[in-house]
Design a protein around this ligand. Structure first.
Ligand code: ADP
Ligand code: MG
Length: 649
């Protein structure tokens, strides 16, 4: 074609058809024989122009379609209706199939049919995608419908059920017909409905996109089940069109969980019983030894006295006394462990207390161990019994020394610590502000098994006679009773750090308060005071009166609070009330003291107490002029206290 030659419409059309490769465009004669062929047809069907011109178009059809007379019917339809359009499988030259979109138009000249124009397009890919989409939608629908483990359903924006699957029917008991259109709040327990839970759930899903919960829900028959619920908001172009809701029935899982917790609890109980057995066993053992010492000494004493022998009896007495005071120390430790020791808490400065122990610790651990103090500046005060804290720290230093037979480094540190809710819960403490006192060594460390049992009373890895196994248990009891905690970090071959936490005290520490009260030499006062001794235990009354008499005072005795009070009323000259805290007859020693103070506001009081009454005393602090002596005590200690109190002004 020469450039510039004007193209006729027919030529233009011919060129276009020849250029098109995406569409097969060809002509058939009225009988269906191929008259023209374009590159698109060649590409699509695989025949060259030479091969196909004059061939019948039915060869493009599948064998089944041919047998069914489809080619002929297509031409008839096109001739009759002016167009035939269809989609279906067609064949290529190589026998392969493709999904064809076919249009056949009749070509008329002067009203006479002279052939057909046929356009075919390969739509295999689109067809398959569509099929796949259809298939996945169908299978998804089937899936949702068929799922029986999950209740999957939709809610309108107001919360009315709009679809319902088999799982929903199985779990909740309603058929689709019964429930569609009903509000979903009927699945909630009545108390949750009155608390507005269903609406709150939708609100959250609306606001945050999703709501998740585990809770009891109600079936149609009124029974409840433990449900795991997810509600998702569904939006289209930003507008809420409803909610997708998935519910699972976890009743069984919850029950096994509860059972598991129960058996864990039982296991814990069993372990507790075991350590209790160990405790009582150890206790019985120790007490038997001590009792043997006491009974044996008394027995020998008795034999000697029966023989009229009064020389050299001292040694029996002192061995009995020795055993008895060891027994007293043992009960004291046990009470500490039981958190029932009578504590005398005071505001203290931990730094001052720790620093004040330097000499004591240095003597205890010996020269082979390097001693360091790292005391935090601006440390908070705490409130606890300074004697017991000193005792606890000394115990830790002794443990550290035992763990460093070849020497090492012992560090005492103080620090302030703030515990948030989470770490506090992990340590079984109240969140808040604490003072931490740490005793760290570079010794042997503990094995995981030892670490696990270190706080158990009577647990010791030390040879017989060297360890009591009561040190750490006592420290634990003391720390807990003081509102704190003890933690151990230990690694074998590296060392151990024990940390005592004590709650921060908000208040001032008075000068001199921190120093633990060390025994003072008794300063004898003038006698001649009147002392009322109230105790239901005759031995204690007798002993106390004896001590008072030796000090030159006069003692009057009462067996209970009521008679004690009567004596106080009738005898205005009483200077001191010595009373047991636990008294028979409804009024305890503390109440007696309060009533007595109504009569004699200046009356001095000395409480004698075992552990059980501790709570009675620790309610509020003791008023001035009131004192406590803890059982068991030596007569010497009693005398010393009485002298102290009576010399007070
Ligand atoms: P005891 O010292 O009488 O054995 P404790 O209750 O004080 O009893 O300690 C229990 C056990 O914990 C010890 O026997 C020891 O095995 C271990 N232990 C305690 N403190 C340390 C420490 N600082 N280093 C290594 N082990 C320790
Ligand atoms: Mg110890």
């Amino acid at each position: 074609m020469t450039p510039g030659t004007p193209l006729s419409a027919a030529n233009t059309y011919e060129l276009l058809v020849q250029a098109v490769v995406d569409y097969a465009i060809f002509m058939l004669d009225p009988e269906g024989y191929v008259m023209s062929w374009n590159p698109g047809a060649r590409r699509l069907k695989g025949y060259t122009t030479e091969e196909i011109i004059g061939a019948h178009f039915s060869r493009f059809y599948t064998a089944e379609d041919k047998a069914a007379g489809l080619p002929r019917r297509a031409l008839e339809t096109a001739a009759r209706e002016g167009r035939f359009a269809a989609e279906g499988w067609r064949c290529r030259k190589d026998g392969s199939h493709f999904w064809a979109m076919v249009v056949i138009d009749p070509i008329l000249q002067d009203g006479r049919l002279i052939g057909f124009a046929k356009i075919t397009r390969d739509m295999t890919a689109q067809h398959q995608a569509q099929l796949a989409a259809l298939e996945s939608e169908r299978s998804f629908r089937l899936l949702v419908q068929g799922v029986t483990d999950y209740a999957i359903y939709m809610l309108s924006p107001e919360g009315c059920v709009t679809s319902w699957n088999a799982g929903a029917e199985r779990i909740k008991g309603y058929s689709a017909a019964e429930i569609i259109g009903r509000h979903f709040s009927r699945f909630y327990m009545p108390e949750d409905v009155s608390a507005g839970m269903p609406w709150r759930a939708l609100d959250i899903a609306r606001r945050e996109g999703r709501y998740e919960a585990e809770a009891w829900r109600r079936r149609k028959d009124g029974t409840r089940f433990w449900a795991s619920v997810v509600i998702d908001a569904i939006r289209e172009n930003g507008k809420l069109i409803g909610f997708a809701k998935i519910t699972r029935d976890l009743t069984e899982r919850r029950e096994t969980q509860l059972q598991l917790e129960q058996s864990r609890e039982q296991l814990f109980q069993a372990q507790k019983m075991e350590s209790l057995g160990q405790l009582t066993g150890g206790l019985a053992h120790d007490f038997n030894n001590l009792l043997t010492g006491i009974m044996g000494s008394l027995e020998l004493l008795q034999t000697q006295v029966a023989r009229g022998q009064t020389q050299n009896l001292e040694r029996f007495i002192s061995s009995a006394q020795g055993a008895a005071s060891r027994a007293a120390a043992l009960t004291h430790r046990l009470l500490a462990f039981a958190r029932r020791q009578t504590l005398d808490p005071k505001p203290i400065d931990p730094n001052r207390l720790v620093a004040g122990m330097e000499d004591l610790v240095r003597h205890t651990v010996g020269p082979a161990i390097e001693l360091r103090f790292e005391l935090a500046p601006d440390l908070w005060p705490t409130r606890c019994d300074p004697n017991q804290l000193e005792n606890a720290l000394l115990n830790l230093c002794i443990n550290a020394r035992d763990a460093m037979p070849d020497g090492g480094r012992l560090t005492l540190r103080t620090a302030t610590t703030i515990l948030d809710a989470q770490p506090a819960r992990e340590c079984d403490m109240q969140p808040g502000e604490y003072v931490a006192i740490r005793v760290a060594d570079t010794g042997t460390g503990m094995s995981p098994e030892t670490l696990q049992r270190a706080f158990d009373p009577f647990f010791t890895t030390k040879p017989l006679g060297q360890g009591t196994g009561l040190g750490l248990s006592m420290i634990y009891g003391f720390a807990r009773q003081s509102g704190g905690q003890v933690r151990i970090a230990s690694e074998r071959g590296v060392g151990t750090e024990v940390c005592i936490y004590l709650p921060r005290h908000r208040g001032q520490v008075e000068e001199g308060e921190t120093e633990p009260r060390r025994p003072k030499a008794p300063s004898w006062t003038e006698g001649g005071k009147r002392v009322l001794v109230v105790d239901d235990e005759p031995t204690v009354r007798m002993l106390a009166s004896e001590v008072l008499k030796e000090l030159g005072h006069a003692a009057v005795e009462a067996t209970n609070a009521a008679s004690g009070l009567q004596m106080l009323q009738s005898d205005p000259g009483i200077d001191l009330l010595v009373t047991d805290v636990g008294l028979p007859g409804g009024m305890n020693g503390r109440q007696l003291a309060d009533a007595a103070r109504q009569i004699h506001p200046e009356l001095r009081v000395l409480f004698i107490t075992g552990y059980a009454e501790n709570a009675t005393l620790s309610k509020g602090t003791l008023e001035p002029g009131m004192h406590v002596l803890v059982k068991p005590f030596t007569m010497e200690a009693l005398a010393e206290r009485i002298v102290d109190i009576l010399s007070e002004h």
